[in-house]
Design a protein around this ligand. Structure first.
Ligand code: UDX
Length: 440
């Protein structure tokens, strides 16, 4: 099939590339010409494992190309996926202006022709958006022979494993009441769905709510376990043992029950806040979601209070902290709402110096932290330890899980604050380190 993807962020690029790899002909459009120039040479503007190679393979096969021209992308398409961003506006709701622009651009490029197009909205949008986008298309095309049918097809891709998530989905949600659209979706997703049959057709409104509730529920699990971790700290229990015991109940499960610095990234914080606003717009109160955000917002302060329980402000001012991890989670260079960066921004004035290291997010982090003058970006994790008094772990990259104890001994105070609970506390304590996790 001929598919055009509008927007080449994580979602658009992964979706377009994977559809191309499944044998479709794909055009990915982005208005940013320098991104398009890079993508045409298989250079992606972010780090996502496996994606660059897959783009290269499909560029070589001629299955995918990149453009900034709406005329090109819309005249080509049998089906369109809208994958533009819906960033948070100043009230905490989803800003739909990129979607609105795309609707106008698509209409402008089909109104003089006789076209019938299905447009799937993959961007995360509040309930009611697909229906209002449908109304807008109907209005813009009222004097034309062309017709657009809008459907919802939310994404559930995790950064760092987005290609695998697309190719082996746990669910494919299609929001439509049009049987031709559901048949089209079944055809498009058949190669990744035929074994497991996880495609569910629901109403447009339900599809929109599924996306937000899935993210909000996962965020709730995280805030819940972070609250339980505080109780573990208070009574001397280990949150890892508690998680295992709780997670063995299949009704609960052990996923997303890892306590730490809280959730970051481009989705959870923004989507939970947007969902709270959708509740408010519908005159419904949501105590749970507000508490999820509140617990998450307080989690960094809780962690920092552990540092102050060891060092007085005066002592801390003389200390160099080694910080491992700047991306919001491992296997990505995405620093949006990264707790590592928030930690540095919050502590930098209270310490003498920071040695920071991240396996892939250094470039983006340097730019974001350019206002901080007492920071050095180290070339690797061991260099970052040199001259440091204590280690702070803020992202659970694989290479941080089992550090050489001899290297760790360069820490002048032999203290580790583990914001992701990844190190072996017992082993460290046996080797005379002081270890502080969250809930252990
Ligand atoms: C999320 C959803 O998982 C995905 O389905 C959706 O499509 C996009 O948003 P992503 O933002 O890539 O994906 O990251 P995810 O792996 O969900 O982690 C989000 C945040 O939660 C990270 O900051 C992570 O460190 C934190 N987290 C996750 C925890 O603190 N504890 C956990 O147990 C799991």
């Amino acid at each position: 099939m001929k598919i055009s993807i509008i927007g080449t962020g994580y979602v658009g690029l992964v979706t377009g590339t994977c559809f191309a790899d499944l044998g479709n002909n794909v055009i990915c459009l982005d208005t940013n010409e320098s991104i398009i120039e890079g993508l045409s040479k298989a250079k992606i503007p972010f780090y996502e494992p496996g994606l660059e190679d897959l783009i290269k393979t499909n560029l070589d096969r001629g299955n995918i190309r990149f453009t900034s021209s709406y005329e090109d992308a819309i005249s080509f398409a049998e089906t369109i996926f809208i994958c533009v961003g819906t960033p948070e506006d100043d009230k905490g709701s989803a800003d739909l202006s990129f979607i609105q622009d795309v609707v106008i651009k698509i209409s402008d490029n089909i109104k003089d022709k006789d076209r019938h197009l299905t447009v799937f909205i993959k961007s995360t949008v509040p309930s009611g958006t697909c229906s209002s986008v449908q109304d807008k298309f109907d209005e813009l095309l009222q004097h034309s022979q062309s017709k657009v049918v809008v459907a919802s097809n939310p994404e559930f891709l995790k950064e760092g494993s987005a290609v695998a998530d697309f190719m082996k989905p746990d669910r494919i949600i299609v929001g439509t009441d049009d049987s031709n659209v559901s048949k089209l979706a079944e055809r498009l997703y058949r190669p990744v769905n035929w074994k497991s049959n996880r495609l569910k057709v629901v109403s447009v409104e339900a599809a929109e709510i599924i996306k937000y509730s899935a993210n909000a529920f996962l965020a709730t699990k995280i805030s819940f376990i972070n609250e339980i971790a505080k109780l573990c700290d208070a009574v001397g229990a280990d949150i890892a043992e508690v998680r295992t015991g709780v997670g063995l109940d299949p009704r609960i499960g052990n996923h997303f029950l890892y306590s730490g610095l809280g959730f970051g990234g481009s989705c959870f914080p923004k989507d939970v806040r947007a969902l709270i606003n959708t509740f408010t717009e519908n005159s419904i109160d949501t105590e749970i979601l507000k508490a999820v955000i509140e617990v998450n917002d307080n989690q960094l302060d809780y962690f920092i209070s552990k540092i102050y329980s060891i060092y007085t402000p005066k002592e801390l001012k003389k200390k160099t902290l080694c910080v491992w991890g700047l991306s919001f989670k491992p296997e990505t260079d995405d620093i949006r709402e990264s707790l590592g960066l928030k930690f540095i921004n919050s502590i930098s004035r209270q310490v003498k110096h920071i040695n920071a290291y991240d396996p892939v997010a250094m470039t983006k982090a340097k730019e974001s932290l350019s206002n901080i003058d007492n920071i050095t970006f180290s070339k690797d994790s061991t260099e970052a330890l040199e001259g440091a008094d204590a280690l702070v772990i803020t992202t659970e990259w694989r290479e941080f899980w089992n550090p050489d104890l001899e290297y760790l001994k360069v820490l002048k105070d032999q203290i580790i604050f583990d914001g992701r609970n990844i190190l072996d506390k017992k082993l460290l304590e046996e080797n005379e380190f002081s270890y502080f996790g969250i809930g252990r």
